[in-house]
Design a binder for this molecule. Structure first.
Ligand SMILES: C[S@@+](CC[C@H](N)C(=O)[O-])C[C@H]1O[C@@H](n2cnc3c(N)ncnc32)[C@H](O)[C@@H]1O
Length: 250
């Protein structure tokens, strides 16, 4: 593994124990969970698909997809993330195959999956273009790619000041250092969030078809309503997007 990937892996290994404490990372209510499941049913299918969750983390998408009735495989660079996901899945009695692997160089045969999904993963990769080609390689013809990603983060002084206050509160309450970030140590082309036109152009260039996107406005609102005040203070209005597209038919 190259140096950049080792840094990224150790960052996520360390982050794994507090990952689910951040309100953006888990469903804040049954209502929010139902909204995610409805979206996944719409984009991936109602059940029985072979789905790969790339950068599975603590299992947010995989758990819901398995509960809907899909046959899910999760892959992640971080062993600690996988251990956390395993614990949560075992507690729910869910059978999801989890393994270590690199999103940009997947340990699977060509055309193995009906769908590839992920949330909040492209931004943490050194080579997002390579990852998009790799996800296409493992998809069956006419298979679905569906992923979730934030738009560009606000860079204004006002927002940055509020973010500092949030960070102090996170340090005090969650006992973790939110200033310790991946951006300081490795070059991530999408590290500051990414504009939807950039993402859709990349999808086109990679050869995906029927490309679409939806801003997750309602889910964002459900999340904000339930966030602790110190997260709400600097929570951005720019939504997370759901991107979806197909690998062309043969
Ligand atoms: C922001 S977390 C998102 C986790 C999960 N998808 C979720 O939505 O809760 C990013 C995840 O991507 C994983 N990751 C980072 N680089 C990766 C790579 N090259 N290959 C596979 N997983 C990677 C991290 O270990 C981490 O679990």
């Amino acid at each position: 593994m190259d140096e950049t990937k080792s840094i990224i892996r150790s960052y996520w290994d360390q982050r794994s124990s507090t990952f689910d404490l951040s309100p953006g990372h888990i469903a804040s209510s049954k209502r929010e969970e139902d909204a995610w499941k409805a979206l996944l049913r719409e984009r991936v299918g109602s059940s029985g698909k072979k789905v790969l969750d790339v950068g599975v983390g603590t299992g947010f998408l995989s758990i819901m997809l398995a509960e809907i009735g899909h046959n899910v495989v999760g892959v992640d660079l971080s062993e600690e993330m996988i251990k956390n996901a395993r614990r949560k899945m075992d507690a729910r009695g869910l059978k999801v195959k989890l393994e270590m692997g690199d999103a940009e160089n997947l340990p699977f045969e060509d055309e193995s999956f009906d769908a590839v999904v992920n949330r909040a993963v492209l931004w943490t990769l050194p080579n997002p273009k390579k990852a998009l080609s790799e996800w296409k390689r493992v998809l069956k013809p006419n298979g679905t790619l569906c992923f979730f990603l934030h738009g560009s983060h606000s860079k204004g002084l006002f927002h940055r000041s509020k973010k500092q206050l949030t960070n102090f509160a996170v340090l005090a309450r969650e006992k973790r250092n939110p200033w310790k970030s991946l951006y300081n140590s490795v070059d991530l082309p999408m590290g500051g969030g990414v504009d939807p036109t950039v993402v859709t152009n990349l999808l086109k260039k990679t050869g995906y078809v029927d490309i679409g996107l939806n801003p997750l406005v309602e889910i964002g609102e459900m999340k904000r309503e339930r966030m602790p005040w110190y997260y709400r203070l600097s929570s951005e209005k720019s939504p997370q997007y759901c991107y979806y597209c197909l690998k062309p038919k043969r």
